[in-house]
Design a protein around this ligand. Structure first.
Ligand code: GLN
Length: 412
């Protein structure tokens, strides 16, 4: 951590003192420095579909090189609305209810800036995707964390129990919603399903429980559904906006990155009722003006791919999951088997390290594999001090090489 002199402090915003740089991206830098296999940051190391890349090239050649409409090219908004109808049965007006942003990352922070006031609280399940904490702070809100507990059964059986789910305590969630004082009130819950880093896919019953609390306490749901098509073992993705009573209080966030393996394109979106969309559009306009115009055209082509494309995507990721997990288990990790997304959270107690940060530093330098220390997904570092996350969105050869290097790892 860099030391800040009083003079520098005078120049800097207090807000940035309350969060650190991204640990995920730092681990990518370390992977490059040490020539390690990068299973830290969640980006594919294989090619995107030729058809989509061609659409982007053609858009540039056809001179789609100036600003798109600030809230998104019409072709992409129409494609998003069509997909939401087809996959989730949700009717969306592409003229009034969609904002295309620079990735779902911008969609999330633009949404929080558009809905939060100073003193608002935002409920977040933890472990959580590391952006949500800083996003809440930058928008003046305070994150309030509710624990997801790892599946105990699979831990004692050495992992691999597909039935083992991450669970939360209903009462703890209710208390987070109830926490209203003169200064604080709960504005929103951020829900990420399928979930990064746990791989949990929230069930209808769990979503209904969250829905009931949102309605009772007049709270918004901001749902990050970027992994919606990456599902295993028959799990089903249910959009919160689809549940009775939620359409008018849900902001659905999604993007091209994960479904089409184009994380560097930076095209994502937020879907919300018109008044909320208007507010997000205003923030988005002054943050970035617009997302890359030619890549939005290519996005419209991507969203028109047939259902077989998504089945294939999930099948390939299931194979990769089932490739990496046995290698990790053999090396001594306890794996919490994901039901969606492309990460596996693991328990590292077998290796006898003081904490996850020391373990991750050892793994990247001495073994040649980069992972993400578990503590970066928790408010209190000690809660994640015996966990690390691996991403398996990698070529079979990359996973083979990781498995080979894991053989050098010794248990305590
Ligand atoms: N979502 C990816 C991850 O969790 C990438 C994070 C990022 O760098 N934006 O690893």
């Amino acid at each position: 951590m860099t030391l800040v002199s009083p003079q520098h402090k005078h120049f800097l915003s207090d807000k940035v003192e309350h969060f650190t740089e991204s640990v995920i991206r730092e681990m990518t830098r370390q992977a490059m420095q040490h020539g390690a296999v990068n299973l830290a940051q969640g980006f594919p190391d294989f090619s995107a579909l030729a058809e989509i890349k061609r659409a982007a090239q053609e858009a540039i050649a056809a001179d789609v090189n100036q600003y798109a409409i600030t809230w998104g090219a019409k072709s992409l908004r129409v494609a998003i609305a069509r997909q939401m109808r087809e996959w989730q049965g949700i009717d969306v007006d592409p003229e009034k209810e969609i904002v295309v942003c620079c990735g779902s990352t911008e969609a999330m922070i633009a949404t929080l800036l558009a809905v939060c006031n100073k003193g608002d609280e935002v409920v977040v399940f933890e472990p959580f995707y590391e952006n949500y904490g800083p996003d809440a702070i930058l928008s003046g809100a305070k994150p309030r964390f509710v624990s997801l507990r790892p599946p105990q059964a699979s831990k004692s059986e050495g992992g691999g129990e597909p039935g083992g789910e991450w669970t939360f305590d209903e009462q703890e969630l209710r208390e987070a919603f109830q926490h209203q004082t003169a200064q604080h009130h709960t504005k929103a819950i951020i829900l990420n399903t399928p979930n990064n880093p746990t791989g949990k896919v929230f069930s209808r019953k769990e979503l209904e429980l969250i829905r009931d609390l949102c309605v009772e306490y007049n709270v918004l749901a901001i749902t990050d559904e970027i992994y919606e098509h990456i599902l295993y073992d028959g799990s089903e993705h249910i959009s919160m906006a689809r549940l009775d009573g939620m359409r008018e209080r849900t902001i659905t966030i999604n993007g091209l990155s994960k479904s089409y393996s184009v994380t560097g394109w930076r095209v994502g979106w937020a879907v919300a009722p018109p008044a909320i969309t208007n507010a997000i559009r205003k923030v988005h306009d002054f943050l970035t003006v617009g997302a890359p115009a030619p890549l939005q055209e290519a996005g419209a082509v991507a969203l028109s791919l047939p259902a077989s494309y998504y089945r294939e995507l999930a099948d390939r990721y299931r194979e990769r999951r089932d490739h990496l997990i046995p290698a990790l288990e053999k090396a001594g990790f306890v794996c919490y088997r994901p039901r969606g997304a492309y990460y596996v959270m693991t328990d590292i107690s077998a290796f006898g390290f003081a904490n996850d940060v020391e373990f991750a530093a050892y793994l990247v330098k001495e073994i040649g594999i980069a992972c993400v220390p578990g503590s970066s997904f928790y408010k209190h570092p000690k809660d994640g001090s015996q966990q690390v996350r691996f991403a398996f969105c990698k070529k079979p050869e990359t996973l083979d090489e990781a498995a080979r290097r894991l053989e050098k790892l010794v248990r305590k």
